[in-house]
Write a protein that binds this ligand. Structure first.
Ligand code: PLP
Length: 372
């Protein structure tokens, strides 16, 4: 079986973990946490880094820290992970979705302005799969309409947009270190910002909004326990040391897949680059062209017969039963996102994947496609 993801842990992970265990510092109080926060924030040119237990928690905190709530609207892509929309919905605010670009799979930035109302408070820009969102138009809109930007850079660790680090664009930006991201802590996440007050707020929200000094157990606000442990931060620090190598490796893997699949009929492959970035292939996605007479789910089933692990693309937010049942997104039609969800899936792409495995996967894809 070739799994859809297997992480690479071949640096100082073990050494740093042993240090945690031998010193007894395993909770969030250990020194790796601060080190990881500082080094990660500086790697994306940010003043402040606030580590959390996962990328979903990072989004929950980011939205809450901007005081988004009932009566507010936040514009985001429909084609994304549920964590983005749930962070908005849980505050009582309204998620407003836009469709995707058919080639980069990122939010279609030309559709944002028409969705802006008096209630719009923020734009959530989510970088999808390996190419960043075209940020310049979003920055302009945010400036013109006085909107905040929340940037979800979970899939874009080590990526740049026009030479500037992804994760440096939002008023607040978030990352995930889940096992399939460019660097991992198993589970983990980070919020970054240059705003001191916002950083303080995030720290407080992450840590139950404890009071200060004598008033430690007196709470002015409700927070969460979303702290990262020293064990996770130890792994994160070791991974961060390898980031450049990881990104280079992912790019190599993506290029090899493209080389092997470019002449297979019926497949839309990821773009190698746009005007503003080179793909870092968080995942290597395929979209079945209209002429193919099976869908993504049938293709994935056929590939599983070759013992190849795959995952479908995101299911769009406006088609989620949980949101439909709340009365959200009534009559919303976003044809590109709907098509990506039905025709798109991704291949094994973890950092531990070998060239030999990639060749095996590509050969199986070729055979499957010859049936369509
Ligand atoms: C992975 C991911 C998340 C969620 O991160 P978790 O750590 O799994 O909670 C959020 N947003 C995007 C775009 C992601 O890819």
């Amino acid at each position: 079986m070739i799994p859809v993801n297997e992480p690479l842990l071949d640096g100082n992970e073990k050494k740093y973990l042993v240090e945690c265990i031998e010193t007894g510092w395993i909770s969030s109080e250990g020194s790796f946490v601060k080190k990881f926060e500082e080094q990660f924030a500086s790697s994306v040119d940010r003043q402040y880094g606030i580590s959390v237990c996962n990328g979903t928690a990072a989004l929950d905190i980011a939205v809450a820290a901007l005081d988004i709530g009932p009566g507010d609207e936040v514009i985001l892509p429909s084609f994304t992970i549920i964590s983005c929309a749930s962070a908005i919905v849980r505050t009582g605010a309204m998620p407003v979705v836009v469709d995707s670009d058919p080639y980069t799979w990122n939010m279609n930035v030309t559709q944002i302005e028409e969705k802006i109302t008096k209630r719009t408070k923020a734009i959530m820009a989510v970088h999808i799969f390996g190419l960043p969102v075209d940020m310049d138009p979003i920055l302009k809109l945010a400036d013109r309409y006085g909107l905040k930007i929340i940037e979800d850079a979970a899939e874009m660790i080590g990526q740049t947009y026009k030479g500037r680090a992804c994760g440096s664009f939002g008023d607040i930006s978030t990352f995930s270190f889940y096992a399939n991201k460019h660097i991992t802590t198993g589970e983990g996440g980070m919020i970054v910002t240059d705003d001191k007050e916002l950083a303080e707020k995030c720290r407080s929200l992450r840590n139950l909004c404890f009071g200060k000094g004598k008033k430690r157990f007196v709470h002015e606000q409700l927070g969460w326990n979303f702290r990262m442990t020293n064990l996770q931060a130890a792994v994160g620090l070791a991974q961060l040391e390898k980031l450049e190598e990881h990104v280079a490796r992912k790019r190599q893997m993506g290029k090899l897949y493209t080389e092997l699949l470019k002449d297979v009929p019926g497949l839309q492959l990821p773009l190698a680059a746009t005007d503003y970035a080179e793909n870092i292939y968080w995942v290597y996605g395929l979209v079945l062209k209209d002429e193919v007479n099976f869908d993504a789910f049938e293709a994935m089933k056929m590939l599983s017969e070759y013992n190849i692990g795959t995952r479908p693309f995101f299911w769009p937010m406006h088609e989620q039963p949980v949101f439909k049942n709340m009365g959200l997104f009534e009559n919303e039609k976003l044809p590109v996102a709907e098509k990506l969800a039905r025709r798109g899936f991704y291949l094994p792409g973890g950092l531990a994947l070998t060239e030999e495995q990639i060749k095996k996967v590509a050969k199986a894809v070729q055979e499957v496609m010859s049936r369509g």
